[in-house]
Design a protein. Structure first.
Length: 469
């Protein structure tokens, strides 16, 4: 449905507040929204460089270490759909500002964690708060920008920040770890969230679904239990092989997800409208995002450790070594929409995924004494390819739904992103940690990631045929 039809609501129900087209406030609002997104995406990868330091301080077991890296993404993945739907009902601005306050408070708890269990709990609760932020940012952009070309550029900025934020996490962490202790990577969130709350309260417009129904707690529990069970099973199977507990968790999770889908099809106003998946462009974009992040996330998480532990770089040196990925993502994210209109959606998305796969394939040749030329060039291509793909798929997803359902659509997109990240760290991390040699494991994981991304490119080419922004 086009944005023009979405703005015509019934006379008895107030329409979502939208900054008028051409008014400069919408671009200032975009800056506030990208600030919130930057913090959430940076926080997903900022721990990579801090792992050796917190390991020496807290002494977590290998299982606890993986949960420290995964808990944040797993909880976000399980709650994004619920929180996106909640934002459509209570107001996206309200949910964004509430989540920002909680995220800041929980960052303080994580910074001063005194045990692995305390840090895992803090990271999980940060995931709850993060789940309120991520769908709200993209949904508000969908409501702020009614002109399709302006919206494409705004989503390009959003996509550049999203992709670059993940790559920027190690840079921020490296700078902080050069001067402070590992908890400082969390304290940096406090001033940013304070700015977001103060400025966002005055600048952001409120928007919600005018035809909103009640928020269904049973659907929330089914979604969380289903995602949690399936993800736990995959994580445990990847780390320990087939075990009865993991198989039981996976089966229970699958049953809960089946129950969630069935319940959504029977509710008058569902938490997630399953009819969204009938749109081929929507479904293909979500699947492409999941496969892309799966192939990339484990590499981003463990490459920082390779640079420090194997090549003996300082935290700051390791962070700067990963900077080309950020530059590539920002550059292509800003031009992705225009490029997709000039060429085609499937050309840009599948081409970006194929380029990223080739770059990961090049990283599969890494050796402990490899020079920086190979690494830097590969990371630049990784960022550029991901910037093209993520930006265009986000535009396709948002363009497939009316503005009133932007929160739920955004949540599905972000769920694919977070689930892919969590699974990538779990599966590719198990490949890396399961080998007798860290570098050999990293090469194997790079090769697996390249294969997954090539499959994603094939999916995008097949199912995004004829898709337009």
């Amino acid at each position: 449905m086009s944005s023009g039809t979405a703005t015509t609501t019934t006379a008895t129900t107030p329409a979502p507040t939208v900054t008028p087209s051409g008014h400069p406030a919408r671009w200032l609002a975009l800056g506030v929204l990208t600030l919130a997104l930057l913090v959430v995406t940076v926080d997903a990868t900022v721990l990579g460089l801090a792992i050796p330091f917190l390991t020496a301080d807290l002494r977590p077991s290998s299982t606890q270490l993986l949960w420290i890296g995964d808990a944040y993404s797993f909880v976000i993945a399980g709650l994004l759909v619920s929180m996106g739907s909640l934002g459509d009902r209570v107001g996206r601005k309200k949910l964004l500002l509430t989540g920002a306050a909680a995220f800041g408070a929980l960052s303080l708890l994580a910074a001063y964690a005194t045990s692995p269990g305390m840090l895992i709990a803090a990271r999980a609760l940060m995931g709850v708060a993060g789940a309120t932020l991520m769908p709200s940012t993209l949904a508000l952009i969908r409501n702020l920008f009614t002109d399709p070309r302006e919206r494409s550029f705004a989503i390009g900025v959003w996509g550049a920040v999203s992709t670059a934020g993940a790559a920027l996490g190690p840079v921020v962490g490296g700078i902080l770890l050069e001067h402070f202790w590992w908890g400082s990577v969390f304290l940096i969130n406090l001033p940013v969230m304070a700015v977001l709350i103060v400025v966002g309260a005055r600048l952001l417009p409120e928007s919600r679904d005018p035809a909103r129904g009640p928020w269904d707690p049973a659907s929330v529990l089914l979604s969380l239990a289903g995602m949690g069970g399936v993800v736990y099973a995959i994580k445990d199977l990847a780390a320990h092989g087939f075990r009865p507990a993991a198989l039981a968790a996976g089966a229970t999770g699958a049953l809960c997800l089946a129950g969630f889908v069935r319940r959504q099809l029977t509710l008058p106003v569902p938490l997630l409208d399953m009819r969204l998946f009938r749109n081929r462009g929507f479904s293909a974009s979500v699947l492409a995002d999941l496969m892309t992040v799966f192939g990339l996330a484990g590499m981003v998480f463990f490459l920082s450790q390779f640079l420090q532990l194997v090549q003996h770089r300082s935290p700051l040196e390791a962070a700067l070594a990963e900077l080309p990925a950020t530059l590539g993502a920002v550059g292509t994210g800003l031009i992705a929409g225009a490029t997709a209109r000039r060429l085609s959606v499937r050309t840009v998305v599948s081409g970006g995924l194929a380029a990223t796969a080739l770059a990961l394939g090049a990283l599969a040749t890494l050796r402990p004494d490899s020079g920086y030329t190979l690494l830097g060039a590969s990371l630049f291509v990784v960022g550029a390819g991901a910037g093209f793909s993520f930006t265009v798929t986000a535009d396709v997803i948002l363009s497939s739904v009316p503005r009133a359902r932007a929160g739920a659509a955004s949540a599905v997109s972000e769920t694919a992103y977070e689930l892919g990240a969590a699974l990538g760290i779990a599966v590719l991390g198990s490949i890396i940690m399961g080998g007798h040699d860290f570098t050999a494991g990293l090469r194997a994981a790079s090769a697996v990631g390249a294969v997954v991304l090539l499959c994603g490119a094939a999916v995008a080419w097949r199912f995004l045929r004829g898709q337009r922004l």
